[in-house]
Design a protein around this ligand. Structure first.
Ligand code: HEC
Ligand code: HEC
Length: 477
């Protein structure tokens, strides 16, 4: 059943009671970490700030056995200089470049930015905090106040990975893909649809999501570069040419030549990392393959209805079923012979969880091992389930071209693999016609439209109370 997002169900609450108790302890521990690393006293009034990526920093510390405090603090300084704060976002100098300026602009994102409006109607500012933060978090870290009870968890944008898009699996989505997700929601997940917003409001939210994603991915890259290339022991060397820092804000504007040089080196290394990320967003347009309707396979929703031969369609569905359970496509391995998502595959996790668990040899179900990660913002690992295709909730949409892309490319960030296409005719593997047979088969599985087949509309007028007062800057919930 789909739960409306402002009222997590009693069942949900109960199921998560233990988790919540644990979260309480974690919150305390984390506030301590956050406060000590930011050097502020609990009484000091706090400016709303983006939350540093403690989780990824800790992952690097564990993996490479190096301290990351200085790197976190450096990247925080750089991120403030280049990306500003939640109330006053900026774009890095590189965005003066016209390609980048076309990708996202402060003007376009303005309605999404800043404190939520006083009124319950979505207005011309604060849309992100009003409509998204309760799930996705202020920083886009996917850990808003109501996130813990959800499965899947709200997306953490900072990894730069998006699932439902027209571009290839490893590409960034197009901005139009993100807009589509906002207008249609993700059926069968808690992600609501926002179909009452104007184009201008949607555009603002899309730009803001891209901004948060670029910012978050840049932070990860900075930290990874720091731990890989820099020696923390040299971070305070008095000789600026030997001092190893990601970013030394005290050198900004320095007239001492060696310091100015060092600062220039730091910013140019950072700019290279940033450019790599932003270029991938720009290049996504080129990573979209046109999908053409097949000549020999009738596809409902694509082939003109009058041209659909019922026998040919049944034959295609039967062929699809055969492929589905066969050894080449092997869909039933995960989705089960019936397509109900009950295959014999062992439980698996998504990339967001694997990032700080299996990728560094931490077992997702080893509570003692994961506790320090949960304390730094990790979400309690929950296995990702193969979709129940009979229920018919296709998050990327039931439009045949969307389903075709899902099967051909797989779904980024999780175990759903790309289809094993034959490298050339006659070689083992699937043909594009086979993919269409699979499309016909999986879309034929839904018997009756279930009540939960559409995501809930986010009623802007029933505002999540907690979004009225933004959480203090560094509290990790
Ligand atoms: C009630 C919780 C909730 C709210 C509110 C919410 N989301 Fe989501 N969102 C989710 C969940 C859960 C997912 C992940 C679904 C999945 O992985 O299948 C998600 C995924 C996404 C994605 C990723 C899509 C992809 O292709 O990977 C984007 C982008 C997104 N949300 C943007 C927003 C924006 C912008 C808002 C506010 C206008 C918003 N969301 C509000 C829960 C929410
Ligand atoms: C290794 C396990 C695995 C295999 C093999 C697999 N899937 Fe999936 N599939 C998944 C998982 C997990 C999801 C849910 C992904 C998510 O939510 O991120 C999924 C989701 C889907 C969806 C839902 C798309 C949407 O828009 O929501 C479809 C359709 C689908 N799979 C079809 C197939 C077909 C057809 C095959 C065979 C060619 C296949 N799958 C093979 C694991 C698998």
């Amino acid at each position: 059943m789909f739960q409306s997002f402002h009222q997590p169900s009693a069942a949900h609450n109960q199921r998560n009671a233990t988790h919540k108790a644990l979260s309480g302890k974690i919150a305390l521990l984390v506030s301590a970490i956050a406060l000590s690393s930011l050097g502020c006293t609990p009484q000091a009034p706090q400016q709303l700030a983006f939350e540093p990526n403690y989780l990824f920093a800790h992952r690097l510390t564990v993996e490479q056995d190096v301290p990351t405090d200085q790197f976190l603090s450096d990247s925080k300084d750089l991120l403030i200089d280049w990306f500003g704060t939640p109330d006053n976002p900026k774009l890095p100098p590189a965005f003066a470049d016209s390609d980048y300026a076309e990708l996202i602009s402060l003007d376009t994102m303005r309605p999404a930015v800043g404190p939520a409006p006083e009124s319950i109607e979505p207005g011309d500012h604060g849309l992100y905090r009003q409509l998204c933060t309760s799930c996705h978090g202020e920083t886009g870290q996917g850990r808003g106040t109501v996130a813990a009870s959800q499965n899947p968890y709200p997306r953490d944008f900072r990894k730069g990975v998006f699932k439902y898009k027209s571009a290839l699996r490893n590409s960034k989505p197009l901005k139009s893909d993100i807009a589509h997700v906002l207008r249609h929601g993700l059926a069968g997940s808690q992600m609501p649809l926002f179909n009452k917003l104007s184009d201008k409001q949607i555009d603002a939210l899309v730009d803001y999501v891209v901004y948060l994603s670029i910012r978050g991915e840049f932070e990860r890259q900075l930290l990874a570069m720091g731990t890989a290339d820099l020696d923390p022991e040299e971070s305070f060397n008095s000789d600026p040419t030997k001092r190893e820092r990601i970013y030394d804000v005290s050198y900004r504007g320095s007239t001492v030549e060696a310091q100015a040089e060092a600062f220039k080196d730091q910013t140019s290394t950072a700019e290279d990392l940033l450019t790599e990320i932003v270029d991938k967003w720009i290049e996504a347009e080129d990573e979209v393959e046109e999908v053409e309707a097949p000549e020999d396979v009738p596809v409902p929703g694509l082939t003109p209805e009058a041209d659909i031969d019922a026998d040919a369609l049944s034959a295609s569905i039967a062929k699809g079923r055969e492929l589905f359970v066969g050894s080449v496509a092997a869909c039933s391995k995960c989705h089960g012979d019936s397509g109900k998502g009950d295959g014999k595959q062992l439980p698996d996790y998504d990339e967001w969880t694997k990032d700080w668990t299996v990728q560094i040899n931490v077992k997702p179900d080893d509570m003692n091992a994961i506790l320090p990660f949960l304390a730094r913002g990790g979400m309690k690992p929950q296995p990702i389930l193969p979709r129940n295709l009979v229920e018919g909730n296709f998050r990327g949409g039931r439009d045949p071209i969307a389903v075709y892309r899902r099967i051909l490319y797989g779904i980024a960030g999780g175990p759903m693999p790309a289809a094993a296409l034959a490298s050339k005719p006659g070689e083992p593997g699937l043909t594009t016609d086979d993919i269409w047979h699979l499309v016909n088969f999986v879309t034929s599985l839904k018997t009756t439209p279930p009540a939960s087949s559409e995501p809930a509309t986010a009623e802007p007028s029933t505002k999540e109370p907690s979004t009225k007062e933004p959480a203090a800057s560094v509290t990790i919930r």
